[in-house]
Design a protein around this ligand. Structure first.
Ligand code: FES
Length: 156
């Protein structure tokens, strides 16, 4: 029995028939999985290999290359922190470390952190480095002190 719904399986068949090579169908198939489940889980990748002959290594290459694919369960507040050169030079790593500590403090209490953290290449606001987004809200010049205040707005 498949881990995927019948509706999803029909969509997969459609994409696999549409493209010349099976590998070309990986992107739209992953989009469909993410739309249905919210994220790409390891069992999904296993099943794509077993059920559809899409090599695990090829699927993982795609998932790890494109930041639009989520490999962690979505949280209410998704933090995208720029880890490109300007933000790195302005202290992005120190601020990201602070965010990781806040996230870990939830785990230490046996709670699920409401935050997820993802490094992204350049948010296009280099003059405001280090920069981050929380969902769609943009924050500039985010040092490790300022980030604490920001996260408190989201209940941290
Ligand atoms: S390098 Fe960080 S916003 Fe451009």
């Amino acid at each position: 029995m498949s881990v995927f719904s019948e509706k999803l399986q029909d969509k997969f068949k459609h994409y696999l028939a549409r493209y010349e090579t099976r590998r070309s169908a990986i992107l739209p198939i992953l989009h469909e999985i993410q739309d249905e489940y919210g994220w790409i889980q390891p069992e999904h990748i296993e099943s794509l290999e077993k059920e559809y002959g899409l090599a695990k290594v090829h699927v993982q290459e795609v998932v790890s290359f494109y930041s639009m694919y989520r490999t962690e369960k979505p949280r209410p507040y998704r933090i995208y922190f720029c880890d490109n050169i300007v933000c790195t030079l302005m202290g992005a790593e120190k601020t990201m470390e602070k965010i990781r500590k806040v996230m870990k403090s939830y785990e230490d209490k046996g709670l699920e952190s409401p935050f997820s953290l993802e490094g992204v290449p350049c948010l296009g606001v280099c003059d405001g480095a280090p920069a981050m987004l929380v969902n769609k809200e943009r924050y500039l010049r985010v040092d490790s002190e300022k980030v604490e205040e920001i996260l408190m707005k989201y209940g941290a």
